[in-house]
Design a protein around this ligand. Structure first.
Ligand SMILES: *[C@@H]1O[C@H](CO)[C@@H](O)[C@H](O)[C@H]1NC(C)=O
Ligand SMILES: *[C@@H]1O[C@H](CO)[C@@H](O)[C@H](O)[C@H]1NC(C)=O
Ligand SMILES: *[C@@H]1O[C@H](CO)[C@@H](O)[C@H](O)[C@H]1NC(C)=O
Length: 665
């Protein structure tokens, strides 16, 4: 081959390469498009359409909660969102994680069990690197099917506090927390060169049934006092009218998943000269325990999404990224006001939500439908990344369980039991730097009891939320075996519940009441936020009130989980509350899996010290998502706390499992 031919060949290969590069580079990034002439103004809602930096914009957003996804997956999910054509993401911020004790903060290096999930600054910076704008909804109340709607339980240590109102005590705590949070968000605002284009004030305040402009004004003031200059807005179902809003001051946005025209017309009537935006278009739905798993068909999703876009309106798809309520952080609905716990409806651990991106990061048909419609309706063409590859999940072999510690052994050996004359709730315990106990279990132990034959225990009011009664270490609460059991002794639905403690007289007996917090309410009227957990009313035996308790907070914190000692061979009986431990080896590359919990009844799963989630055989969730980021090369440890009766193996699954456990009739 002549030298010139080689040069020509090389040159043409180079030219072809350059040409395809030019085609790629032809389009600006989303960020370049909106900032090509510098930045002079942020998101503006002073006319019927949005502008950003003076240019028209339709917000194509998707919801992604950083505190529900392992940080090793943040970039993957964000790039997928951008690949679908979205130009914006939306996230809440979780106060109860960021200020896990009163005055003690964690924004990624604060030493709490969720530390790794809490670097909100890093999350927002990655969103910007992935060419996405950000809507932040820091609440302080966030609903979100999240424990107590994101409020920290230590607020309840003042029993008279009125959360979500202008109560000076509540506002003092909000201002202190936002002082920390907004310090971090202030430099990330669009007009400061960051990606945050707007922030929300409160959350569905209209759904409280109240109107409280003074409170909303207080929140606006805290924002402005902390240097937040971007657009502020409220979000409510339009059916709530302007009850949760500050009309003529803040942009109102709408939340719904049906009757697009009715809802958006209503919004337009409330606010004629401002842009129309759906802040929560529900892509799927969440699951309460004991219900069937909820899904929304792709056809319905697509039809509604297109109706919103053609209205025309901006829209945030809630959720876009399916995710997980790790730890004890699932929320609950509560049907009745005050301290009436009988209408509690706890949510499951999974927050898959039937979203366009599944809990395990898969691209679904809803993702594809979204990408098609965004491409059709967004007149602004900008550079999009390729969809990142989703790694295959794996399943591991069943592992025979050989190690156990009985719950009664843990209580026996627990140091520093708290002596208390009266029954007190978790929140009132003098622990955690005087912030009380937020999550987990609380044990009320009474020793040296002399019990008559057929002695009857009575718990006044409601258990909050599930109680295991043990006498001398023997479990009396009936073993969970049907959904109907939730209507019987041991669960939150029963008022003034009672159980026979012994058939024959006993002397010097030990009584343990092990009470599990299944989640504080996250929604509804202001009278539904008195969410004390554990027991709060009298406990009687044969109608005599019992005093002088020893109290054990069983918080299952990571450091405690990792240092548990006293493991022994599994005893003959597995029909008692106990912890079970297995170890297993994992080789690189680490891959996601699910822990199959179908053969268990009720409890929690802990992976390498971190609480993966809850087991509840009444369904609908029967496999817990275990992202690779929670595994490590080499030895890993799973501990299961089972309330009733344990199987012989820890099992895994490649895929989610919906339904009821194998022991539910
Ligand atoms: C911005 O959108 C409005 C409403 O659709 C339209 O009237 C206006 O011409 C648009 N401006 C530009 C520069 O495209
Ligand atoms: C206890 O809380 C206070 C604020 O209420 C905080 O300044 C202090 O650092 C906390 N101590 C610990 C050990 O976390
Ligand atoms: C709680 O509400 C239920 C349903 O309305 C009712 O039957 C029950 O009596 C209430 N409990 C209390 C303590 O008021």
């Amino acid at each position: 081959m002549a030298r010139s031919t080689v040069i020509l060949l090389v040159l043409s290969v180079f030219l072809i390469a350059a040409r395809s590069a030019v085609i790629q580079d032809d389009l600006p990034t989303n960020y370049e498009y909106f900032t090509e002439n510098g930045i002079s103004s942020g998101l503006n809602a002073d006319q019927k359409y949005f502008t950003l930096n003076g240019k028209n914009i339709t917000i194509f957003s998707g919801a992604f909660h950083y505190f529900r996804v392992h940080p090793s997956q943040w970039r993957d999910r964000l790039r997928k969102m951008r690949a679908a054509g979205l130009n914006t993401i939306e996230t809440y911020a979780a106060w109860n994680l960021h200020e896990y004790q009163s005055g003690v903060y964690d924004f990624g290096n604060g030493g709490s069990d969720f530390e790794a999930f809490l670097d909100i600054v890093q999350f927002i910076k990655i969103a910007q690197e992935e060419d996405l704008f950000v809507l932040v909804r820091p609440g302080p109340y966030i609903c979100s099917e999240w424990e107590f709607g994101g409020l920290p339980s230590w607020l309840l240590r003042d029993k008279d506090i009125k959360v979500r109102t202008n109560d000076p005590l509540y506002l003092k705590y909000v201002a202190r927390y936002w002082g920390q949070l907004l310090l971090l968000l202030e430099p990330l605002q669009f007009t400061k060169g960051g990606p945050i284009i707007a922030l929300q004030v409160e959350n569905e305040y209209g759904n409280t049934g109240n109107s409280d402009p003074d409170y909303l004004h207080s929140l606006v003031k805290i924002y402005r006092d902390n240097g937040i200059k971007e657009l502020l807005y409220t979000s409510d179902p339009p059916g709530a009218g302007s009850r949760g809003a500050l009309p003529n001051e803040l942009l109102m946005t709408a939340n719904f998943n049906s009757d697009v025209k009715g809802n958006l017309d209503k919004l337009d009537t409330l606010q004629a000269n401002k842009p129309t935006m759906t802040m929560e278009f529900w892509s799927g739905w969440f699951d309460h325990v004991s219900e069937d798993h909820h899904t929304v068909s792709v056809d319905q999703y697509k039809q509604l999404y297109e109706q919103i876009l053609t209205h025309p309106a901006s829209v945030n798809i809630y959720m876009f990224v399916g995710s997980t309520n790790f730890g004890f952080l699932n929320g609950a609905n509560s049907l009745y006001p005050g301290l009436n716990n009988s209408g509690l409806q706890p949510d499951v651990t999974s927050y898959d939500y039937d979203s366009p991106i599944s809990e395990s990061g898969e691209i679904t048909d809803k993702f594809t439908a979204t990408a098609e419609l965004v491409s059709k309706y967004n007149p602004i063409k900008s550079k999009l990344p390729a969809i990142p590859e989703t790694h295959e999940r794996v399943t591991f072999d069943d592992i025979k369980i050989e190690q156990q510690i009985l719950l009664s052994e843990i209580i026996d050996s627990f140091p520093n039991k708290i002596a208390s004359e009266n029954i007190v709730s978790m929140e009132q315990l003098p622990i955690n730097n005087n912030s009380g106990q937020a999550f987990g279990y609380i044990v009320y132990r009474k020793t040296n009891l002399n019990l008559n034959a057929n002695a009857v225990l009575k718990i006044s009011g409601y258990v909050r939320d599930h109680v295991l009664v043990l006498v001398n270490g023997k479990l009396l609460t009936p073993v969970l075996s049907s959904k109907d059991d939730l209507n019987k002794f041991g669960y939150w639905r029963v008022k003034d519940s009672s159980i026979t403690l012994t058939n024959e007289a006993l002397e010097g007996a030990t009584l343990d009441l092990v009470v599990e917090n299944n989640a504080r309410n996250n929604y509804g009227g202001l009278d539904q936020f008195q969410q004390f957990k554990g027991l709060i009313e009298d406990v009687l035996i044969d109608d005599v009130e019992i005093k002088s308790w020893e109290i054990v907070p069983l918080e299952f914190k990571k450091s405690w989980n990792k240092q548990l000692t006293g493991w022994h061979e599994v005893q003959q009986t597995r029909a008692t509350p106990a912890l079970y431990r297995v170890t297993f080896n994992v080789k690189a590359p680490l891959r996601d899996t699910y822990v199959n919990v179908q053969d268990w009844r009720k409890g929690i799963v802990i992976i390498n010290g971190f609480i993966l989630g809850r087991i509840f055989a009444v369904g609908p969730q029967q496999a817990l998502y275990l992202p690779a980021g929670l595994l490590q090369e080499g030895q890993n440890e799973i501990i299961v706390f089972e309330h009733f009766s344990a199987p012989e193996y820890v099992k895994f699954s490649r895929d989610p499992i919906w339904g009821v456990g194998t022991h539910i009739n």
